[in-house]
Design a protein around this ligand. Sequence first.
Ligand SMILES: C[S@@+](CC[C@H](N)C(=O)[O-])C[C@H]1O[C@@H](n2cnc3c(N)ncnc32)[C@H](O)[C@@H]1O
Length: 209
Amino acid sequence: MKTPDEVLQNCKRPEGEIGEQTIRRMNESHAELTTWGFSHFDVEDSAAVLDIGCGGGKALKQLSQRTRKGKLFGIDYSETSVRVAKQENEADVASGKMEVVHGSVSDLPFRDGMFDLVTTVESYYFWPDLAHDFREVRRVMKPGGIFAIVAEMYNHDSQSEEDKYIVKTLKMHNNTPEELKTMLKEAGFMEVTVDTRKEKGWLCAIATK
Ligand SMILES: C[S@@+](CC[C@H](N)C(=O)[O-])C[C@H]1O[C@@H](n2cnc3c(N)ncnc32)[C@H](O)[C@@H]1O
């Protein structure tokens, strides 16, 4: 029997049976948040797109539906996430439209200037070094490309006690919109806007290279 904290740890790095159940559940529970976050940008018909911390692959599926001739990549440092994301997007992986690779945001296995769009949903909280990792994301983006951070929690004055407990237990980044804006600008992004839905506690940061 897993403790609630062990289940929570599987949000950070899903592994094994519990990890698989967790990311499959997140595929459903993050759908509305993902749709809201992704409504902040267009996806060009031949866009090169990367989703970081792709988990069970539902965000990749949404992105694929928005680009007919695009090329999509997912990356995750959990082998379990990579396996489930590939299953979730079997047809796109088989056709070569999508690749899902194992790796960390801190050392992306992609060349400079490759992507028009980079997304991350519910993952940045766990990245080891935001200053470095935001610069690494920027490195793989085309000039003018967009980086979208979508999160269902951020630091604000009415953040729930439950969220505060999760942040503490998982040692997560829990930034205010202003802090995120500053960090993204310091990483070299030209323009940064942050939208929130305070009643839900959701955040979407859009940073342009
Ligand atoms: C809470 S899950 C979210 C999964 C998916 N994006 C979703 O919205 O359902 C966080 C995911 O980020 C991945 N992740 C966390 N830190 C990472 C890192 N440093 N590099 C790559 N992936 C990471 C985890 O393995 C996990 O699959």
